[in-house]
Design a protein around this ligand. Structure first.
Ligand code: MG
Length: 291
């Protein structure tokens, strides 16, 4: 299943991509109101079985108002307002090396403000107080169940699915402060989507191509196989710290090739088109605009 949201910012409604992605099926309308339109309420209430039933019903039985052409509407992040965004620093060996940083002994956790989340095709706003804007292609885990003190084996059971996140970063601020929260949390610094793909459609999440293109030039090109800490270890480790909740998002770190460490540096400029992709999930396409 490929879950999406659509609609204006703050009013996004849950849908599923159908017909090869041509249409969004509004799950609330298609279920005659049984499935809530809010994705976190969907996860909280565990509506998966009903959603599968609604998606698989014959086309002739679908309420016409429930089918929306995917290209005709604004698309939101699959979780437009995550409860928490936890991110990992230095989780790809080549990225730690390009920055001259030692590989951390444990997953290095930091937070991004959930309000920084934007849709897969929304604009990234270049903040006036930032001088070094950068991209980071990352696989994001979406949590689907409440969970505490998991083992790595148990961690798979609480993952609702996977999506793409661009961990947009203000390097000048990141490198001048010991806490990364401000540098990572400006409005629009978390483009996410284009859909939440359930684990059954992903296969092995540690074997996915991941890339970032700026104006068509490939600047990051790796595979999730290169993560230092793997998905079940990451989820279990975080659950030892705080109870995970449906709608929490975990950004699993970025591979080498970020702009600030390229020679010469390739930082983002107003007008750039940033395309962040992961195999089997899709591509974010965001333009950098002036404030
Ligand atoms: Mg990152």
């Amino acid at each position: 299943m490929r879950l999406v949201t659509y609609g204006e910012r703050g009013e996004e409604r849950l849908g599923a991509l159908v017909d090869g992605g041509r249409y969004v099926l509004d799950l609330n309308i298609a279920s005659h109101g049984s499935i809530p339109p809010d994705p976190i309420a969907f996860l909280d209430g565990d509506y998966w079985d009903l959603a599968r039933k609604v998606i698989s019903q014959p086309a002739a039985d679908v309420e016409p108002a429930a089918l929306i052409e995917a290209d005709s509407v604004r698309r939101g992040a699959p979780i437009p307002e995550p409860r928490t965004i936890i991110a990992l620093g230095l989780n790809y060996r080549d990225h730690a090396e390009e920055g001259g940083q030692p590989v951390p002994p444990n997953p290095l956790l930091f937070a991004k403000a959930p309000a920084a989340t934007i849709g897969p095709y929304d604009d990234i706003v270049y903040p006036p107080q930032v001088t070094q804007l950068d991209y980071e292609a990352e696989l994001a885990i979406v949590i689907g169940k409440r969970a505490k003190n998991l083992t790595p084996e148990q961690a798979w059971n609480v993952i609702a699915g996977y999506t793409v996140i661009n961990d947009v970063s203000a390097r000048d601020i990141q490198f001048s402060e010991s806490q990364w929260f401000r540098a990572k949390s400006f409005d629009t610094f978390a483009p996410m989507g284009p859909c939440l793909v359930t684990p059954d459609e992903i296969g092995d999440p540690q074997n996915l191509r991941i890339w970032c293109d700026v104006n068509g030039e490939r600047l990051q090109n790796s595979t999730t196989a290169n993560m230092i800490f793997k998905i079940p270890e990451i989820v279990a480790f975080i659950s030892q710290v705080f109870a995970l909740r449906p709608g929490d998002v975990i950004a699993t770190g970025t591979p080498a090739g970020v702009g600030v460490f390229r020679k010469p540096p390739r930082l983002l400029q107003v007008g750039d088109i940033v395309e962040t992709g992961i195999e089997k999930i899709g591509i974010l396409r965001n333009q950098v605009i002036a404030p």
